[in-house]
Design a protein around this ligand. Structure first.
Ligand code: ATP
Length: 513
């Protein structure tokens, strides 16, 4: 754990030092849980968006995109349930004055008990050697059964209390479990209160109640309220999807995990409209499909896992998260939800407008059911960043930090470097730069010794360094150095573009529907 915290800190400082992510308003000491993306960060972010957008909108003929406004009619957030129920239970520690989400405190506590179970199993495996029957041990060891019972009872009690809005019991549960504040180490807790996560502001010059509007806490509602516009103007036939990438805002209670939990962030969401009764088939399709998309980036499969929801929202009939193994542990990266006809029906009710689809094959009209895939752009960025960060000791004893970013997402695709700043090499390198830069974002660099320039490119994840030397001037060949292996090959200048292009091909092709 300590190691991972150390790693997380290194990644955060690397992200700052190399122009990926800065704290917002840094010269004013920052703004809590708000971040700015720097010159390489914005490229990586745009490349992730592009990779998602193409996978969704270009490769699926029945998915189209939109870009809806951040401000929306306030009644939308009543219809969606956000005004009444987009709350997190919060609790403060009176000694440290730190604020926590009650559910997170409890979940973290349960995760520790789960860790204990795993440690017991590992210990027993060592003790019993080859004769160890893990399944039997897990189901019969009194100690493990006791731990498991505690986990199950706690979850049951917690979900029950939340459902009945019994916040007193949530506090009591925290006390009964003996949970202490990680900062002060005390159990001196305030009451648990519900806290609505939506930011609000006024529209127009009057500050009456009617002018109160919200900054959207998710992009999905912009899709639902445009469902009929898109269906009619695009002559879309069920099943079809609408995708959107955009900013969302949440006044998060606990925001201490870099870009994992921000108050202003970006989502990439897709709502897929299907016939009622067929939603679970489509849920399964999108669950597998989204995981395939993640894996197509070449990040090891062991870094991902599904977490099926035990407690479903009242409108959902299936839900799962794709979790990623961040340096802060396995955490949600993307949600896939079967939302039934809840959203469209609710908007129908609140707006008084019919939001139905006439199915020509069935010869009947209905409110479609919806499968949602919702992924955080910033969390994907963090997943890529933390998986890429590699510290290596080289054969000669020197060290390097290399960002092994999937080449298709790398901010800079190639660096063009004259070996020395004379003898016509800079001019030749400029010529190469001019032929490449219209197809790929490249960087020209002539400052410092070549080794240092290689290190700079490693640190920002550039897949290729192209070096112009004396031989280049004679026979139009260059050396091309590959980031991960550091292997250098001699190739003709006209081959460079093809090599880069081959490396950044997409490996994602959707499974036919
Ligand atoms: P969490 O349980 O972590 O608060 P959530 O279940 O509220 O997340 P959703 O409402 O399902 O999240 O939002 C979809 C996706 O948006 C999440 O999977 C996550 O990647 C991203 N996301 C949500 N909240 C934030 C945030 N505060 N900062 C960055 N990304 C976020």
């Amino acid at each position: 754990m300590a190691n991972n915290e150390e790693l997380f800190k290194k990644i955060i400082s690397h992200a700052k030092e190399y122009g990926f992510v800065f704290s917002s308003s840094e010269i004013y000491d920052g703004l809590s849980a708000v971040y700015d993306y720097g010159q390489y960060g914005v490229e990586l972010k745009n490349n992730i968006k592009d990779y998602w957008w193409k996978a969704m909108v270009r490769y699926h003929e029945n998915i189209v995109g939109i870009d809806s406004a951040i401000f929306m009619h306030p009644t939308i957030w009543k219809a969606s349930g956000h005004v009444d129920a987009f709350n997190d239970p919060m609790i403060d520690n009176k000694d440290s004055k730190k604020r926590y989400r009650a559910d997170v405190l409890i979940e973290d506590h349960l995760a520790k008990i789960e860790d204990k179970i795993e440690k017991e199993v590992q210990k027993a495996a060592k003790r019993f050697g080859d004769s160890f029957n893990e399944e039997q041990y897990r189901t019969t060891s009194p100690k493990l059964l006791e731990y498991q019972q505690l986990i199950d009872d706690t979850k049951k009690r917690f979900f029950g209390s939340l459902e009945n809005n019994d916040l007193e019991d949530v506090k009591k549960l925290i006390e009964d479990l003996g949970i202490v504040c990680p900062v002060s180490g005390t159990r001196n807790w305030t009451e648990v209160r519900q806290f609505n996560l939506m930011f609000s502001t006024q529209m127009g010059s009057l500050s009456e109640d009617t002018n109160l509007i919200y900054l959207r806490p998710e992009t999905a509602q912009g899709i639902f309220v445009n469902f009929l516009n898109v269906q009619k103007s695009g002559r879309m036939k069920v099943p079809f999807g609408i995708a959107q990438i955009g900013k969302a805002f949440r006044n998060e209670i606990v925001a201490r995990q870099f870009i994992f939990r921000m108050r202003e962030f970006e989502q990439m969401e897709m709502q897929f409209f299907v016939r009622p009764g067929e939603e679970l088939k489509w849920f399964e399709y999108w669950k597998q499909e989204r995981l395939r998309w993640h894996l197509s980036l070449g990040i090891p499969a062991t870094k991902y896992r599904f977490h099926d929801h035990e407690k479903l929202a009242h409108y959902a009939n299936a839900a799962t998260d794709i979790e990623f193994d961040f340096p802060i542990g396995f955490k949600e990266l993307e949600g896939i939800h079967s939302r039934t006809d809840f959203d469209l029906s609710s908007h129908q009710k609140y707006s008084g407008k019919k939001l139905q689809y006439f199915d020509p094959e069935l010869n009947e009209g209905y409110v479609p059911y919806v499968i949602e895939t919702s992924i955080g752009l910033d969390r994907t960025f963090l997943a890529v960043l933390s998986n890429s960060f590699t510290e290596e000791v080289l054969a000669d004893g020197s060290e390097r930090v290399v960002m092994k970013i999937p080449p298709i997402l790398a901010p800079i695709k190639a660096a063009v470097l004259p070996l020395v700043k004379k003898d016509g090499m800079p001019e030749k390198a400029r010529e190469i730069m001019d032929t490449l830069k219209y197809d790929y974002l490249c960087q020209y660099d002539e400052k410092d010794a070549i080794g240092r320039r290689y290190r700079r490119q490693d640190a920002i994840g550039t897949p290729y360094c192209i070096t112009v030397d004396t031989r280049t001037l004679e026979d139009n060949t260059v050396t091309i150095r590959e980031r991960d292996t550091m292997k250098q090959d001699r190739i003709a200048i006209h081959e460079i573009s093809g090599i880069i292009s081959a490396r950044i091909q997409t490996h994602y092709k959707p499974t036919p529907q």
